[in-house]
Design a protein around this ligand. Structure first.
Ligand code: GAR
Length: 211
């Protein structure tokens, strides 16, 4: 079976990218990273990509600033790169930019995001801080397909993380991140095996196997 070609979109530290790279190296996922794209020239994610000999592409958002719709124009550039590298699955990994409809439609049910809460609770920014301030006792992370509603797409996998009395945003974020690094590769592997089927809001996992 040919490996699924992944495009990773990342803006920052890139620890989820690193977890995907590690899972590929350990052969726990049958995929290859075709390209890493960033909107941040100085992202650690791009450094990590290049360190591992992967294609790392920076697309400067300022290049689209004069366009009638800068976000759409930016995503057209992203799409060109994804097509150039023959990407089959797009994974957002700490990609802190809204993705516009044309790009989402081009990759319908082939674009995933990871979010540091149990969605639909605490969408958008600072999810861990939101959970703590709400007084939640359990939070976690969610891998979901990307749809036009931000953080609203059908859920593929979630992992829960108890919030402890002594937690700070940093300690909670670190424990959630451990789970992110575990479940994101799992979701990618389920995709690679053709085991994800979207039915309305639900993602059915066909033959999930032992876990
Ligand atoms: C992760 O915690 C990810 O869930 C979050 O950003 C962090 C990126 O870390 N994403 C979002 O909040 C998206 N709404 P990383 O760059 O080390 O992978």
């Amino acid at each position: 079976m040919p490996l699924v070609r992944i495009g990773v979109l990342a803006s920052g530290r890139g620890s989820n990218l690193q977890a995907i790279i590690a899972a590929i190296q350990a052969r726990t996922i049958e995929a290859s990273i075709a390209v890493v794209i960033s909107n941040n020239q100085h992202s650690v994610a791009l450094d990590r990509a290049r360190h591992h000999g992967l294609e790392g592409v920076y697309i400067d958002p300022r290049a689209c600033a004069q366009e009638p719709d800068p976000h759409q124009a930016y995503d057209r550039k992203i799409l060109q790169v994804l097509e150039k590298f023959d990407v089959q699955l797009v994974t957002l990994a700490g990609y802190m930019k809204i993705v516009t409809p044309a790009l989402i439609q081009a990759y319908q049910w082939r674009m995933m995001n990871i979010h540091p809460s149990l969605l639909p609770a605490f969408p958008r920014l600072n999810a861990q801080k939101q959970a703590m301030e709400w007084g939640a006792k359990i939070s976690g992370c969610t891998v979901h397909f990307v749809t036009e509603g931000v953080d609203e797409g059908p859920i593929i996998i979630q992992a829960s993380v108890p919030i402890q009395e002594e937690d700070t945003v940093e300690t909670l974020s670190a424990r959630i991140l451990e789970q992110e690094h575990r479940v994101y590769p799992q979701a990618i592997q389920l995709f690679a095996e053709g085991k994800l089927s979207v039915e309305g809001r639900r993602v059915r996992i066909i033959d999930p196997g032992p876990n």
